[in-house]
Design a protein around this ligand. Structure first.
Ligand code: MG
Length: 390
């Protein structure tokens, strides 16, 4: 049977896509590994890494012990990969590269989400600070220790470019000094990453906007009634109720799920249409031309305004909810105390970290790699105090 309207599979790459045959390559040259292309190979290395497995016990918004059904960094990363690949396939971009970037984009996240990152940044203030995007790059460039010939995973330039989503000017200068043509360069030059990397950034936001509503409602911290004031959500909820009026009087989560599903589909269709239009009007000759243009992956202005409003709601109603603030304050204290304990006694860490030449950075690397529950166990072992005991 032929399904009308579906493109050939796999579709040919658009001229402005990152063609894996023209990769800028790896820092340590390696022989090709057919039949896999270089970006499939990156994806495989990421999936088999230790840092990837740890994502299952790292928090997104909620602390890992609060419930088994909340998103973790792992399920979040899988959702980002799913959304990014859908868009990439429709836009004839490099789906393998999108998948690799999406699966790696949060590898550098600390335990306890943003609270953990803020705590480590404070602890590292005198030692160059701590940035989670930079840490993700550090994980794949240096910290994974699995190959005989090099540190890290030795990923291709395009995957590393996508992983380094943000970088401060000071850290960019430092990266460029060590690797003049590396992924830090665009932050000095003010250019963009590949379209594939741009897509992952938008897929990231689509994923957490939707799943934070789901998790927020599940936790009871936000309600469907509050969401009636958020136009993007309210619009699709009305559509669902028009099609399925019985859901209004039924308890249960089908109304929420169907609303989120339609919201995501609408964003995906808008993203594909607006990005196609931007590519058409700028007509980049190839992937390098994309990097010199303004960002081309985008939502329409109307939808972007609705998304911004939704994010404002999530910020004030969920991320700044007193209960979330209370838990994250405790998590923050735990990491600050853990940092101090390892600084006072580096021997409490495994030998690789205890003997590193840059002591503060080694402590940050060690703590950043921890899962939520491992950090709590270590904190108890070293301080004798239990966090989240109440
Ligand atoms: Mg993310």
């Amino acid at each position: 049977m032929n399904t009308p309207g579906l493109p050939a599979y796999p579709a040919p790459l658009a001229p402005w896509a990152c063609d894996p045959r023209h990769t800028r390559g790896r820092r340590v040259p390696e022989a090709p590994a057919p039949p896999r292309n270089e970006h499939q190979r990156d994806r495989d290395r990421i999936v088999h890494s230790t840092a990837f497995r740890r994502l299952v016990y790292k928090t997104q918004v909620f602390i890992n012990h609060e419930g088994d059904l909340f998103r973790t960094r792992l399920t979040h990363s899988l959702e980002v990969a799913q959304l990014g690949r859908s868009a990439a396939r429709a836009l004839q971009l490099n789906e393998d590269l999108v998948e690799a970037i999406a699966l790696a984009h949060d590898l550098g996240h600390t335990p306890f989400g943003h609270a953990g990152q803020d705590a480590l940044h404070d602890c590292m203030r005198e030692h160059g600070g701590f940035e989670h995007n930079l840490q993700s790059l550090r994980v794949v460039d240096a910290l994974e220790a699995r190959y005989p010939g090099f540190d890290g995973l030795n990923l291709s330039f395009e995957t590393r470019e996508g992983i380094l989503k943000h970088c401060s000017a000071r850290n960019a200068a430092r990266l460029v000094q060590a690797e003049p043509q590396g992924p830090g360069r665009r932050f000095v030059e003010g250019t963009q990453p590949s379209l594939e990397a741009q897509l992952v950034n938008l897929a990231d936001a689509m994923a957490y906007n939707a799943h934070d509503i789901d998790d927020g409602v599940r936790s009871g911290l936000i309600t469907l009634a509050q969401l009636a004031d958020v136009p993007l959500f309210a619009h699709w909820k009305q559509q669902v109720l028009a099609d399925h009026p019985q859901l209004a009087s039924q308890p249960g989560r089908r109304l929420l799920f169907e609303t989120l599903r339609r919201m995501l589909s609408a964003q995906m269709a808008d993203l594909i249409a607006a990005t196609s239009e931007a590519v058409r009007s700028h007509a980049p000759a190839d992937a390098d031309a994309v990097r010199r243009l303004p960002p081309l992956a985008r939502f329409s202005a109307g939808l972007q305004a609705q998304i911004t409003e939704l994010q404002r709601f999530l910020f004030s109603a969920l991320y700044r909810h007193p209960q979330v603030m209370h838990t994250t304050a405790q998590a923050r204290t735990a990491l600050v105390e853990l940092f101090a304990a390892y600084r006072a006694d580096p021997g409490a860490m495994p030998a690789d970290f205890a003997t590193a030449s840059d002591g503060a950075r080694a402590v940050a690397d060690y703590i950043a790699g921890m899962t939520d529950r491992y950090a709590l166990r270590e904190h108890f072992r070293l301080t004798g105090r239990r966090v989240f005991a109440d």
